[in-house]
Every structure is written in C-alpha cells, then in structure tokens.
Design a binder for this molecule. Structure first.
Ligand SMILES: [Mg+2]
Length: 276
C-alpha cells in the first residue's frame, strides 16, 4: 500500500519527539494524545516523528500510530521516506550520516590507537544493551539494529573525552550528548534532518505549511528553534527544559502526551477558525 502525500486541509506539519513528548515517560503510551492525533489524521496533516530511535523501533510505532508519513531517525542520521510519498519511485532511506559500519570501524580504531575507554552498542550484546538502557531484551535488539549513529558509554576521564571529541571533530563528524549515552554520528542533528525534509514539502504547490515542533529535552532544542511554533512539553518531574526560541513558544501544563494533546489541540482550533 503506498500513500502519496497531498495538501492537507490545514496548512500545518507536526514534528515531534517521542519519549517524554508524544509517548508517556513511564508507559510509552500515546493514548492521551489520541484526540489531537485523530484531528491531525482527519485533516491530512503530516505527523513527522523526529527521534533518536532506530528504523526498526519506529516502524512498529508508526504502524500503531497509523502514520504513513516520513520520519527522522537516530538523532538526524537518517530520513525514512515511504515508497511513493512525494510521487517518486520507491521508498528511500536518506542518509545524512556515514554508514554504521564506517562509524564503528573508525571508533574502534581510534580507541585502539589512543587507548580511550568507552563501550558502544556494537561492543554489547542485546542483554548488555537491555541492562544499560532499561529496555526489554527484545526492544534492545531493535535499538541495536542501527543505520547511521553509534551510542556509547564513556568510561574514561573528562580529559580523554575532550581529546576524543577533538578527534571526532577532525574527522568531520560530531558527538551528541544524550542522557546516559553519547552518540557518534555525521555532521547532522534533528533540526538539520527536519530541514531537509521540510524543503521537500516546501516544493509542493499550495499554502506553505507552518511547522510545529514538540520536544522535552535539550537534544530537541535545535528542532524547536527551526519551527514556526515551538512546544516545550512538561516533563514527568513537573519541570520544563530551558528553551530560547525565535518564534512562538508554548509551554504545556500537561505532562508528556497530555501536554502534546493540549498544545496541538489548541493550535488546530486556532487554525480551523481561520481556514473553514
Ligand atoms: Mg524526549
């Protein structure tokens, strides 16, 4: 079944983080966001997942969300474009980062040469990744199926990390700091990948789509900064990340998907009043 994108009833595109944003921090459920998700589906508004997760992890979720739209994977390392989405032949995995094998081979070599101590997903089996992440072993296997970025645990000094960071920089790649993990990837991030995708939508005829970006953590900040409307989702501990943005900013009262529903719902209501 192919889905070809057509101009939505409301000129909007939604870019969203998953964990702690569309998905509940504890249960990973998006049930609380269903009312707004249904309104987006009815209006044909693209829901674009922008995540640190892998293709295998997101494919399953996109099915449950009934989302036929593209998604950004592994912190911007890749864009998964469904077959025929923009009318082109075949689906595509657009790479914005070197192949996984190339990243891991380089990391292993420099570790050997300079004696750094770190442990990447490639060095761990699914049981070890499960232990380090809190994922089930089955989900850890999906997280290990990587295409363009390598998460690792730093087990060396801060000074060695500085040196490694300089090596990565000199190689033309980048390090991104997550929660427990650092991520090695090409010169890209969530915002860069989302911009690549937005440029495809902008080539289409019709009223330009306004972008809403939703996130809860500092790694979402670049994404929030490129959007027309930035939504800072309240975290499970009741806090919000610090976010300086140029455009309009909404901080949700609700936590996770409750806040997601609240913010997207109110933006839809606003737009509907000017587009019906
Ligand atoms: Mg998050």
């Amino acid at each position: 079944m192919t889905y070809r994108f057509s101009t939505p009833a409301l000129p909007l595109i939604v870019l969203t983080d998953l964990d702690g944003t569309l998905l509940d921090h504890h249960s990973y459920s998006f049930a609380a966001a269903e009312p707004a998700l249904n309104r987006l589906r009815r209006a044909g508004v693209p829901l674009v997942i922008v995540t640190s997760k892998t293709r295998a992890e997101v494919a399953r979720l996109a099915d449950r969300l009934e989302s036929p739209h593209p998604y950004v994977l592994e912190n911007g390392a890749l864009i998964a474009l469904p077959p025929g989405y923009f009318g082109e032949d075949g689906g595509a995995l657009i790479r914005l980062s070197p192949a996984y094998e190339e990243l891991c081979a380089w990391a292993a070599r420099i570790r050997r040469e300079k004696g750094y101590r770190f442990r990447g997903f490639a060095d761990m089996d699914a049981a070890a990744v499960a232990a380090a992440t809190g994922l089930s072993e089955e989900d850890a296997a999906l997280a290990k199926a990587r295409d363009g970025s390598e998460p690792f645990i730093w087990e060396d000094t801060p000074e060695a990390l500085q040196a490694f960071s300089a090596d990565v920089e000199a190689r033309g790649w980048r390090l991104m700091q997550g929660g427990r993990f650092y991520h090695l990837l090409g010169r890209t991030d969530k915002a860069y990948a989302a911009e690549q995708l937005l440029s495809h939508y902008r080539e289409l005829p019709g009223e330009p789509l306004r972008s809403i970006a939703l996130g809860d953590s500092p790694n979402d900040l670049p994404l929030l900064q490129i959007a027309d409307i930035a939504v800072v989702i309240r975290r499970h501990d009741g806090s919000w990340m610090d976010a300086q943005v140029n455009g309009r900013k909404i901080q949700t009262e609700g936590i996770g998907p409750v806040g997601w529903n609240e913010a997207v719902g109110s933006i839809l209501t606003e737009l509907e009043s000017t587009h019906v």
